[in-house]
Design a protein around this ligand. Structure first.
Ligand SMILES: Nc1ncnc2c1ncn2[C@@H]1O[C@H](COP(=O)(O)OP(=O)(O)O)[C@@H](O)[C@H]1O
Ligand SMILES: Nc1ccn([C@H]2C[C@H](O)[C@@H](COP(=O)(O)OP(=O)(O)O)O2)c(=O)n1
Length: 243
């Protein structure tokens, strides 16, 4: 076959880039599922929560009062946030510094909802997220709170993960063991408080898009959730299921 023939065949065989948005509250399995699905399907991966944490870390490190929305808005454009999109090695830097560890501290977790509620912060990160998604050659799995509703409303597949507060708190406590306090009731109370703040803010709150597929992960293993999402992506790709 000549070169033109080869190119035509390759174009027919290569699947089109697929964009998947995975939203839901904390501890429902967004990060674990998104990374695994992206790795299995050869897609890029973007953790938008890590970006909101990164901007929050920068605010705290630079002495900005995170409860002063005007001060946060003024500073929102200052930090340079760079996200890696390799699902097997997610990376994030702020002004060139590795932020992977400091964005996971309790101090950042407690402050992130206030910073995320500031419209200037959301506008800046939404633009960044759209640009990253547009550059992914074979497609991308993007996880967050407002991907299906706001960041990528035209995503090929939208998933909304849920789980009981008890299950989510137990999962998070398991992660924290040995690092920080593991009081289950305190972990659950903190989760529920953050959910309420994220769902209750005015600008692009945590919400299920009308056309998202809801998956309750309370009684599913992580492998079952991954399998479920992989199957849904493959169905969308082959056009066997209507949106
Ligand atoms: N279906 C599941 N069953 C049990 N544990 C899970 C399940 N999904 C995720 N986990 C675990 O729960 C914790 C939180 O998962 P994560 O993917 O970080 O959630 P999210 O990104 O929604 O906050 C991780 O330790 C993960 O391994
Ligand atoms: N698209 C997004 C992603 C996260 N956020 C905010 C709200 C969340 O409480 C924080 C942290 O998100 P992250 O996904 O890291 O949180 P958990 O892994 O669930 O603890 O960021 C957001 O407002 N919009």
């Amino acid at each position: 076959m000549n070169n033109v023939g080869n190119a035509v065949t390759a174009a027919r065989i290569a699947p089109a880039a697929v964009v998947v948005g995975i939203d839901g509250p904390s501890g429902t399995g967004k990060s674990s599922t998104s990374k695994a699905v992206a790795a299995k399907l050869g897609l890029r991966y973007l953790d938008t929560g890590a970006q909101y944490r990164a901007i929050t870390w920068w605010m705290l490190s630079n002495g900005i009062d995170v409860n002063d929305a005007a001060a946060v808005a003024d500073a929102a454009g200052k930090p340079e946030i760079v996200s890696g999109t390799d699902p097997s090695a997610p990376a994030i830097t702020v002004d060139g510094a590795d932020a992977a560890a400091p964005i996971r501290t309790q101090e950042v977790t407690s402050a992130v909802s206030a910073v995320s509620a500031v419209p200037e912060v959301r506008t800046r990160l939404t633009e960044l997220q759209r640009a990253i998604a547009a550059e992914a050659p074979h497609g991308i799995v993007v996880e967050g709170r407002d991907i299906g509703t706001t960041v990528l409303p035209d995503a090929d597949l939208k998933i909304f993960l849920t789980a009981s507060a008890e299950a989510r708190a137990a999962r998070r406590s398991g992660e924290l063991k040995g690092k920080e306090a593991t009081d289950l009731a305190a972990t659950q109370a903190a989760l529920v408080k953050r959910d309420a703040a994220d769902s209750g803010r005015k600008t692009s709150p945590l919400a299920k898009a009308d056309d998202a597929v809801e998956v309750d992960t309370t009684d599913l293993t992580l492998d079952q959730v991954i399998e479920c999402v992989v199957t849904l992506v493959e169905e969308r790709r082959s056009g066997t299921e209507s949106a």
